[in-house]
Structure formats: structure tokens, C-alpha cells
Design a protein around this ligand. Structure first.
Ligand code: PMP
Length: 430
């Protein structure tokens, strides 16, 4: 019997003894319609949660309800439905700020996702204020979304872009941090959790060092928000970006939470309706923050649906989600480590359930394709982190990433399928 079952049993026993009240995870899982479907005649095993998560019925229903009950534009009209839509939309902004312990709704910008949030800061904050010789510091484990916008900002301003290296275990190598920060770093932009290695970075320690060196701090929380409690205050972030679709919400919804003074320093990036105070023939003045960063009609239905996703997580409790994640991660690592010829990339002790691996003598795309035949969804490719993969000597990898609704038994299915895939790809017989 695998120790992951013992872990699960121990957790259940702890819950029964009243030590911790765990959610009924099978019931929770039951609320996700997609998880009931068959894929290629097999029960779906969904391990591509770092790319996007599945949606519970309440999120789907809430999004549809907006269209069925109160379709109206927000902020624009004085009529019953517009007021209702605006009230519901603004309530989600407030929920987002509460969810990540941000300074408040008034400094929380609704975006299409993490990518747009980071680009807003690059264009609206960094480009107008950086000078040649200033420095932007990132890490060697950034998703392209938290790297390319800084490359663009550096190119536009003459600032230099530097990167904190990653060690063999997949953790940040902080030995040269003081030198890398120097005295010209204006911004440290780093991911809370790596979307490839699952490493949880010591953000607070880095933020304190950055602030002491006079730099602002942007945290990419895309991969952390669905796995652990996230507090912008505790992390010491000036900006924090995340996406709704990675935490059971709709696609096309994300948030940029900021310290109000940072948002006041930022220039609008998109011009148009809703972001202005007064428009003359040749010039305009801006609306208050955060509205000055939200030109045009937003994804109203998606934002309202996102409100239901925040409620789901709040009801589960992020501590319970984190415990579930830790248990499932242990199972994932155990089961994958037992597959012959499989090498896990990254060995950080502080990690979440995102596991990158390489199967000996097999191309990651072939592996993913064979697993797909068994109804198992994993990722293959560079995972939008090409510099990081190169650091580990790979052009592509496989990645299994979990969510709280995964079952420990699904890792047995994954491991068995990987063993078969390896045999098949090595030319053996299945
Ligand atoms: N940062 C990280 C760490 C991510 O994992 C992702 C999504 N894979 C992003 C940023 C980009 O998020 P989105 O595509 O939702 O904008």
C-alpha cells in the first residue's frame, strides 16, 4: 500500500478526531461538471491545472445568470439593471482585494488576466519613469508574461534587465542578491510560485531587500492563489497580479492589486470610455483610480462569475486547500518518482503541486499524446518559461499540475499510464 493512502487516511482520521475539519472533497469534486465526463472512453484525469482549472457549476451558472437576468453595461446608465450589474461587478472587485489581502477595492484594477495586469505596470508605471542605467530585476524562473513585458520596458527606456539565477534544486540562488539589486534597481518583478517547478519563492525576504534598495516589488501570483493563502500585505508587494481562470473562475478575468500610491503614479495605458473625467477636443483628464485603467466595456459576465469562484475558495478555506494540496503533492511526487526512467525537475522543499518531469528517451509531446489516449491531460512543451527550461538543459518537458479536486488515486492512473508510455516509446510492447 502506498504511503499516500496512509497520508490520506491520517488526514481523514485527524478530521474525524476533530483536529481539523476538512471539506468533503468528493462532494466538492462532484460540483465540477467536466470532471464527470469520459475522454476517449475513460474517466477524465485532469492534471493541467496550472494552465487553467475546471469550473464548478456555481461559477458557470452565475456567469450565465448575468446574461439571463441583468445584462446591462456597468457604470454607465441610471436604470435598474445597470445598477444591479454595476453593484455585482464592484462587489467582485472588493472580493478580489479581500481574497489576497490587498489594500482595497479602490486600488484593485480589473484586467483580462495576469498578463494584462503585468503589461499595465510595464507600460503605465515602468516605461514613463525608468531612465537609462536603471535596473529591472526578475528571476530565472519567470513565466514569459513576467519577462517579456520587462524586456520591452528595458528596450523602451534604456534600463537594464537582470535576473536572479536558479540553482539545481529549482530554488532562487540569493547569494548575489545585494549585487544584483545594486542601487539602481527600480523594480523587482518575481513570481510567487514557479509554473514549472512548483517552487514557492521567499517573496517577503526578497521584497524587504528590494524595498531597502529603493525598488518597488511586483508579485506574479498566478500560480499561488489557488493553492495557498496569499496576502499581499504579508508578501510586501507593491503590485500583485493574478488570473481568475487559474482559480476556478472564467477566462478573461484577472486583477492587478496595488498600493494606492503606486497606482496614482501610473499612467493610463488604454484610452477610451470609462477611464476619463472630462474630454476636450484635444485633451482629456482621467477618472479616479482604479477606473482610469479600465477603458471600455469589461468582461462583465466573467467578472460576476468570478465572484462565485471567490466564494467557493472562501467556503473551502485556503488553509484546507493548502493541506489538500500538500497531501496531493506528496502523492504526486511519490508516484512519479517510482516510474522507471522518469526524472522530476526541481526539488525545492517548499513547493506546490506543479511537477515537471522528463521521461528517458521519450519526447514530451509523444508522452502527452500517449497519456491522452488514457484520458489523462498533462502538459508538454516549454510551458512559457523557455529560459528556465534551458537552465535545466531542456527544450521541452512534461508537467502534471493538480488542483484540490484531484483524487490521490488519479496519480496511480497517471503512473501506470507513464510506465506503459515509456515501454511503448522505447519500442517495447504494451
Ligand atoms: N504567470 C504565471 C506564473 C503563469 O503560470 C501564467 C499562466 N500560465 C501567467 C503568468 C499568465 O497568466 P494569463 O495567461 O492568465 O494571463
Amino acid at each position: 500500500m502506498g504511503t499516500h493512502r496512509e497520508n490520506a487516511d491520517a488526514q481523514a482520521a485527524g478530521a474525524a478526531a476533530g483536529a481539523v475539519r476538512e471539506p468533503d472533497w468528493e462532494r466538492v469534486r462532484g460540483d465540477f461538471p467536466v470532471l464527470h465526463r469520459l475522454v476517449r472512453g475513460r474517466p477524465l484525469v485532469y492534471f493541467d491545472n496550472a494552465a487553467t482549472t475546471q469550473k464548478p457549476a456555481i461559477v458557470i451558472r452565475t456567469e450565465c445568470e448575468y446574461y439571463g437576468t441583468c445584462t446591462a453595461n456597468v457604470h454607465r446608465a441610471i436604470h435598474f439593471m445597470a445598477e444591479e450589474a454595476t453593484r455585482r461587478y464592484e462587489a467582485v472587485r472588493a472580493a478580489a482585494a479581500r481574497f489576497v489581502d490587498a489594500p482595497g477595492a479602490a486600488s484593485t484594477v480589473v484586467t483580462r488576466g495576469t498578463t494584462e495586469a503585468i503589461n499595465l505596470v510595464a507600460r503605465g508605471w515602468a516605461i514613463p519613469r525608468l531612465k537609462p542605467g536603471d535596473r529591472i530585476l526578475v528571476t530565472g524562473m519567470e513565466h514569459h508574461s513576467n519577462l517579456v513585458p520587462w524586456q520591452m520596458a528595458a528596450r523602451a527606456t534604456g534600463a537594464e534587465l537582470r535576473s536572479i539565477p536558479v540553482d539545481d534544486a529549482g530554488e532562487l540562488d540569493l547569494r548575489r542578491l545585494p549585487e544584483l539589486l545594486g542601487n539602481r534597481t527600480r523594480l523587482l518583478a518575481l513570481t510567487h510560485v514557479s509554473n514549472v517547478l512548483g517552487t514557492v519563492n521567499p517573496v517577503r525576504q526578497l521584497a524587504d531587500a528590494a524595498h531597502a534598495a529603493g525598488a518597488a516589488v511586483l508579485v506574479d501570483a498566478a500560480q499561488s492563489v489557488a493553492h495557498m493563502p496569499v496576502s499581499m500585505a504579508a508578501l510586501g508587494a507593491d503590485f500583485l497580479a493574478f488570473s481568475g481562470h487559474k482559480m476556478c473562475g472564467p477566462t478573461g478575468v484577472g486583477f492587478l492589486c496595488a498600493r494606492p500610491e503606486r497606482l496614482e503614479e501610473m499612467e493610463p495605458v488604454f484610452g477610451g470610455g470609462e477611464m476619463i473625467a472630462r474630454v476636450e477636443e484635444t485633451e482629456s483628464t482621467w477618472a479616479e483610480i482604479p477606473h482610469r485603467f479600465e477603458a471600455g466595456t469589461p468582461n462583465i459576465a466573467g467578472v460576476i462569475g468570478m465572484g462565485a469562484a471567490f466564494e467557493v475558495f472562501s467556503e473551502l478555506g485556503m488553509d484546507a486547500v493548502q493541506r489538500r494540496d500538500a497531501m496531493l503533492t506528496r502523492v504526486a511526487l511519490e508516484q512519479l518518482a517510482a516510474v522507471p526512467g522518469l526524472r522530476i525537475v526541481g526539488a525545492a522543499p517548499d513547493r506546490i503541486g506543479v511537477v515537471a518531469f522528463a521521461l528517458e528517451d521519450a519526447h514530451p509531446h509523444d508522452v502527452a499524446q500517449l497519456l491522452d489516449r488514457d484520458g489523462i491531460a498533462i502538459r508538454a512543451g516549454h510551458m512559457c518559461a523557455q529560459p528556465l527550461l534551458r537552465r535545466f538543459g531542456h527544450a521541452a518537458l512534461n508537467r502534471a499540475s493538480l488542483a484540490f479536486y484531484n483524487r490521490p488515486e488519479e496519480f496511480d492512473v497517471l503512473a501506470e499510464s507513464l510506465v506503459r508510455a515509456r515501454r511503448a516509446l522505447a519500442g517495447g510492447r504494451e
